[in-house]
Design a protein around this ligand. Sequence first.
Ligand SMILES: *[C@@H]1O[C@H](CO)[C@@H](O)[C@H](O)[C@H]1NC(C)=O
Ligand SMILES: *[C@@H]1O[C@H](CO)[C@@H](O)[C@H](O)[C@H]1NC(C)=O
Ligand SMILES: *[C@@H]1O[C@H](CO)[C@@H](O)[C@H](O)[C@H]1NC(C)=O
Length: 391
Amino acid sequence: MNIIQITIILIVLESVLGEYHNVSVSSNSSLVSRQGKSFWGWASIWGIGIVRFQNGVCPAADSLDGTCYTRRQCMDINGIASGSCASNIGVCCVLQRTCSGTSSYNNTYFVNSAFPSTMTTSGVCTFTIQKCNPSICQVRIDFLTFTLAQPDANGNCNYDSMNIVGGGSNIPIICGENSGLHVYVDFNGDSNIRIVISTSSDASVARSWKLKIAQIACDCPTRAPSGCLMYYTDLSGTVRSFNYGTTVSSYFLANGQPGTRQLANTNYGICVGMVPGYCGIQWAPSSDPVSFTVSADTTAAVGTGIIGTSAAYLSGTNCLTDFIVVPDPSASGVPTNTDRFCGNGLPTLTTYSKPFVLTTVTDSNELLDSGNRGFALSYTQLRCTNIIIGK
Ligand SMILES: *[C@@H]1O[C@H](CO)[C@@H](O)[C@H](O)[C@H]1NC(C)=O
Ligand SMILES: *[C@@H]1O[C@H](CO)[C@@H](O)[C@H](O)[C@H]1NC(C)=O
Ligand SMILES: *[C@@H]1O[C@H](CO)[C@@H](O)[C@H](O)[C@H]1NC(C)=O
């Protein structure tokens, strides 16, 4: 038997097995034929072995995550083969879906219909997420690309919006620029989670999105604690509120002042997983002067130059509409005696209160506020040295 004959047998066998073991696509391993002397081969007929491999996560091109399947299985589920896996027996299969799509596969990418081209039309695009197995509790949705129309002057997503419904967590309605952000959404029992993106003809914008949807098992160490819409696990990093940006809104409030970029009607936690050996966390504005502008008149604070200075800080009972909450912090070693902060600047805050969470709250309008952009804050976990553990 020469190479061509073997190849033909392999192709025939793979297609037969691929069809026969259709069911195995939705469980977690694949059966595949393989030329004999294979390391795992247990049946060997004329040098052909049969191999089973796990349908695990594999690295695909462009830093995407794929799942290891046979080429046939990947075709059957409309995947894109991107590199090989399981010692070249499988292909790293990337699943990309668009409007009206459904997926019960881990690491499915949901894109706008013409992606990577942008879309300018109005309409509603829905994507349905089903649990890939009963042990799944949560999804992490990464906004690899996310550009929708900006909110109106009050921060309401009245032109374009993304609604995530059907889950067990309360997710704000999101619009604007959010590439690089993510959300965690709990499943509510066995109900599907739906992502509904609406675009409006009232705004002329080149929209595009590519969302990665990863399914997280209930016992997974990377599962986000309840109440954490965003969850970071590095020792240090930057967190951003939705639609944070350094440019000002192009919409205007009723009083003629520039509107806000900060989204209205939000109330969510940004959590940081405590690394062993680290006991505290520091929150600080990032280098950008507008990196904390959550209430009051940002336009005026930029104009007078007090932006980001202690003259623009507000805290405690001065923060009733839009604010952040950091539990039990100190600033420059002195307890602030309040956990609420707003205005157009933030001192560096240190807290040893656990878990590490920053809560952000916004109301439905921007009366008396103008030009707010939200926040981009750096966090740094602090080692357990010279502090009283348990404080
Ligand atoms: C995955 O496969 C292994 C081995 O075949 C099996 O023991 C396990 O129960 C499977 N897990 C799921 C979630 O199907
Ligand atoms: C095999 O899988 C394909 C794609 O998932 C599906 O359309 C087809 O009905 C399945 N066949 C059987 C016999 O289950
Ligand atoms: C889904 O993929 C992610 C990586 O993107 C991985 O961490 C997670 O464990 C996978 N979930 C399941 C259920 O295999």
